[in-house]
Design a protein around this ligand. Structure first.
Ligand SMILES: NC(=O)c1ncn([C@@H]2O[C@H](COP(=O)(O)O)[C@@H](O)[C@H]2O)c1NC=O
Length: 521
């Protein structure tokens, strides 16, 4: 590759640029730059030529036109190996520009502000920047293009090692990065503006563009004959399976990632005490709180020791050595995830080489609203993620729940939200007694919850029941009463609510309506 002789630098995010430009200038590279960027570099003592001087045209129209000039784009797009291009450039006095360092007006950050107006958004649509990026990326055979400050160091190292040039392969890689970046940038603009086509009516744009970044390719998908990869959002902020740091163990599999997400998102519901969630095949098979994590784990495990085998375990506090030892001594576990992991816990788990140990950091008390996606053949379902939990509970039975029943009802309700529909959760004293998941009939989910309790040697008598959706008939209540359930929490809203409440009253049960349903499929 030829030596870099001229670079154009035009940046919104100017971090690290002074050091980069200084080193570049040290290799004899001429620096062209736009208004604010040129000023910053000059103030730092660098020699900079304004783009306006280079083109012979002033920056104009409030900066809407700065670099949109044939002398810039000719210098970027002209092919150095094409004699005709070279002659044309010479004829029109267009010097080659061998490097572009550009990042764009912060459109996404601007529209993330709830008070952002349409005018603010429009002014933050960068035109000249993406145009230069695209020109330079197209001509990556001759031009180096940097859109990400994280690449400054690598490029400088190459220039240093080669005595002034950047390798073809690096230029190609940087060009691909540019098109990913400009695609995401335009996607964000089209989503935001598209959602405003019918202001106040449409929340979802006509065409929905999403971009995820590949984090990992897996050996296989849900089954060994399926290939798979894990893609993550470009800017995930909340602690999640996507941001978690793997401290040890085999690579996470497709199913591991899905189940770890289910376990972690469920354990996030509990902030009043140390909590543990054990997930198997996307459903919690044991959930408990305790005076410490060890007790929480012990109780979660005792709900369904059979299913906990090979499970995914999530905690809401720092994993300590004692709890890690209890898990490793007792059971086969695929993944353990916690906001923090102590040094002792790391040492304990190290004895089980295959166990995947993840540390995800602490999450906010109130998660930011986000979208959920679900692929169907030929389409994509998009909805608000189910982040709410009913604030107001209404007692609809004659009998008021006791204080303890109310605590248990709230606990079971939070678990039910994370159990696949139809979901029935029996709970008592901050632990699940039985979980009935994913059945086509609610009555069968209740039966399964009772069977689970029986298998684990747990008494249903005196426990409470949570149901993710209303009871269509009274039989669910009659069966629960027969099993010894004393109180029920459910959304209400059935045609036969009166009949269902009457059943609860007949059995002397307390019943609470949440007014909010939590189907999960
Ligand atoms: N209009 C243009 O010709 C133009 N050329 C470069 N820009 C952008 O202006 C910004 C840098 O401006 P300044 O150097 O004045 O701070 C960069 O984000 C760059 O992408 C432009 N701005 C918007 O389109």
């Amino acid at each position: 590759m030829a030596k870099i002789t001229r670079a154009l630098i035009s940046l919104s995010d100017k971090s690290g640029i002074v050091e980069f430009a200084r080193e570049l200038a040290g290799y004899g590279v001429e620096i062209l730059s736009t208004g604010g960027t040129a000023k910053l570099l000059r103030d730092a003592g660098l020699v900079v030529k304004d783009v306006s001087e280079h083109t012979g045209f002033p920056e104009m129209l409030d900066g809407r036109v700065k670099t949109l000039h044939p002398k810039v784009h000719g210098g970027l797009l002209g092919m150095r190996s094409n004699p005709e291009h070279v002659a044309t450039m010479k004829e029109h006095g267009i010097p080659p520009i061998d490097m572009v360092v550009v990042n764009l007006y912060p459109f996404e950050a601007t529209v993330a502000n709830p008070s952002c107006t349409l005018e603010d958004a429009i002014e933050n649509i960068d035109i000249g920047g993406p145009t230069m990026l695209r020109s330079a990326a197209k001509n990556n055979a001759d031009v180096t293009v940097i859109v990400d400050p994280a690449d400054y160091r690598t490029v400088l190292d190459e220039i240093k090692a080669s005595g002034g040039s950047v390798a073809k392969e690096t230029n190609f890689r940087l060009a691909v990065k540019v098109y990913q970046h400009t695609a995401a940038y335009d996607g964000a603009i089209s989503n935001w503006l598209g959602a405003r086509l019918e202001e106040g009516v449409a929340r979802y744009p006509d065409t929905f563009t999403i971009q995820f970044k590949k984090a990992q390719e897996m050996r296989y998908g849900e089954n060994p004959h399926q290939s798979a990869a894990f893609y993550v959002e470009r800017q995930v902020t909340e602690a999640s399976v996507a941001t978690a740091r793997q401290l040890q163990g085999k690579e996470l599999s497709y199913n591991n990632i899905g189940d770890t997400d289910a376990a972690l998102e469920c354990v996030k519901q509990f902030d009043e005490a140390p909590a543990c969630v054990i997930v198997k095949h996307a459903n919690p098979c044991g959930v408990a709180i305790g005076k410490n994590l060890l007790e929480a784990y012990d109780r979660a495990y005792s709900t369904d020791p059979e299913s906990a085998f090979g499970g995914i375990i999530a905690f809401n506090g720092e994993l300590d050595g004692e709890t890690a030892k209890a898990i490793c001594d007792r059971q086969f576990v695929e993944v353990i995830i916690a906001p923090q992991v102590s040094r002792e816990a790391i040492e304990v788990v190290a004895a089980k080489k295959n166990v995947r140990l993840l540390e995800c950091g602490m999450w906010p008390a109130q998660p930011a609203q986000r979208l959920d996606f679900k692929r169907v053949n030929g389409g994509l379902l998009v909805q608000d993620a189910d982040l709410l939990l009913s604030a107001e509970l209404t007692v609809v039975s004659k009998r008021q729940p006791t204080e303890q029943e109310m605590i248990d009802l709230r606990f079971a309700w939070r678990v039910a939200k994370f159990v696949k529909s139809n979901a029935i959760v029996y709970g008592r004293d901050g632990m699940t007694i039985g979980v009935g998941a994913g059945q086509m009939s609610r009555v069968n989910s209740a039966r399964i919850a009772a069977i689970k309790a029986e298998h684990a040697g747990l008494q249903v008598k005196g426990a409470v029941m949570a149901s993710d959706a209303f009871f269509p008939f009274r039989d669910g209540i009659d069966n629960a009463a027969a099993a010894g359930i004393t109180a029920v929490i459910q959304p209400g809203g059935s045609m036969r609510d009166a009949e269902v409440i009457a059943a609860a009253d007949e059995h002397g049960m307390a019943m609470v309506f949440t007014g909010m349903r939590h189907f999960r499929h």
